[in-house]
Write a protein that binds this ligand. Structure first.
Ligand code: ATP
Length: 257
C-alpha cells in the first residue's frame, strides 16, 4: 500500500465572518495525482495557501511527510518538500527562463553551479531547454506557465501544488500540459491539481476532492465524482461535463471545460 504523504485534518480558515475553508479532511498518498475542484470562491486556493504556509489555518492540522507543518513558515515548508505554482504567473521579466528557474533552485541549492545544473535538467523535462535564454517578457502564455512549473520543480518538491496551470491555454496547449504533468509524476513527484479544465482533471487524477463554499461535498475516483448528483448540481452540471464520457488516461485531452 502507498504511503500517506499529506494528511489534512479538520482544516478551517476564516476571513472575518467568512469561513473560506470549513473542516476539510483530505489525504494524499505518495505518487498520486489528486484533483481539487469546485466553483469560484469554493476555497481551493486557500487550501493551497495553508499547505504552502502562506496562510495559517484558523484551526486544524496539516501533516506532511509525518511532520506537522500548519504553523511553519513558507520557506521551511518549501525546504521540507512542498512546491507550488501561483494562479497569476509573476516571472522576473528581465531574467531568462534559465535564470528564473535558477531563482527557484537557489532555495534548495545554495551553490549557483549546482542550481544551474538542476535547472537545466528541469527545463529538459518540461521541453523548455531550447527557450532557456529567452527573457520572461518574451514568452507566450503556455511558456510562462511551463516556466512557473519549472521554478516550482527546481525546489525539488516531494509534493507539487499546481494552481490552474492550464487556465487560458488553448486545447492543444492543455493537452501538452497534461502530458507534462504525467511526466512530472513519473519522476516520483506527488501532485495536487486545482483546475477548471474538467477533461484534464478527469483524465489526470487518481482521486478528486470537490469543495463547495469551503466544505468538501464529494471525494473519490473521477468516475465517482462526475456521477455524484451533489457535484453535478453544485458544479459539474453548469460545466456541461457530467454527461460526457471520461477520457482514457492515455488519450489526448483536447477540450476546454
Ligand atoms: N486574503 C483573503 N482575505 C479575505 N478573503 C479571502 C482571502 N483569500 C480568499 N478569500 C475569500 O475566501 C473565499 C475562497 O477563496 P479562494 O481563492 O480560496 O477560492 P477558490 O476556490 O480558489 O476560487 P477560484 O477558483 O476563483 O480561484 C472567497 O470568498 C475569497 O473571496
Amino acid at each position: 500500500m502507498s504511503e500517506c504523504l499529506l494528511k489534512i485534518e479538520n482544516l478551517t480558515r476564516k476571513f472575518g465572518g467568512l469561513t473560506a475553508v470549513d473542516s476539510v479532511n483530505m489525504y494524499v498518498n505518495q505518487g498520486e495525482i489528486i484533483g481539487l475542484i469546485g466553483a469560484n470562491g469554493a476555497g481551493k486556493t486557500t487550501v493551497f495557501n495553508m499547505i504552502s504556509g502562506s496562510f495559517r489555518p484558523t484551526t486544524g492540522k496539516i501533516i506532511f511527510n509525518n511532520i506537522e507543518i500548519e504553523h511553519k513558515p513558507a520557506h521551511l515548508i518549501c525546504r521540507l518538500g512542498v512546491g507550488r505554482t501561483y494562479q497569476i504567473v509573476q516571472p522576473f521579466t528581465t531574467l531568462t527562463v534559465l535564470e528564473n528557474t535558477i531563482v527557484g533552485a537557489l532555495l534548495k541549492y545554495p551553490d549557483v553551479s549546482a542550481a544551474r545544473k538542476k535547472s537545466i535538467e528541469i527545463l529538459k523535462l518540461l521541453d523548455m531547454e531550447e527557450r532557456r535564454d529567452v527573457k520572461g517578457s518574451n514568452l507566450s502564455l503556455p511558456e510562462l506557465k511551463r516556466m512557473e512549473v519549472a521554478r516550482a520543480l527546481a525546489t525539488e518538491p516531494k509534493l507539487l501544488l499546481l494552481d490552474e496551470v492550464m487556465a487560458g491555454l488553448n486545447p492543444t496547449d492543455s493537452a501538452e500540459f497534461v502530458n507534462i504533468i504525467r511526466k512530472i509524476r513519473d519522476t516520483g513527484v506527488t501532485i495536487i491539481l486545482i483546475e477548471h479544465v474538467m477533461k484534464a482533471v478527469m483524465s489526470l487524477s487518481d482521486r478528486i476532492y470537490v469543495l463547495n463554499q469551503g466544505k468538501l461535498i464529494s471525494e473519490g475516483t473521477p468516475e465517482h465524482v462526475s456521477n455524484d448528483p451533489v457535484v453535478i448540481e453544485s458544479y459539474l452540471g453548469s460545466r456541461k461535463i457530467a454527461s460526457e464520457t471520461i477520457p482514457n488516461k492515455e488519450e489526448n485531452v483536447n477540450a476546454e471545460s
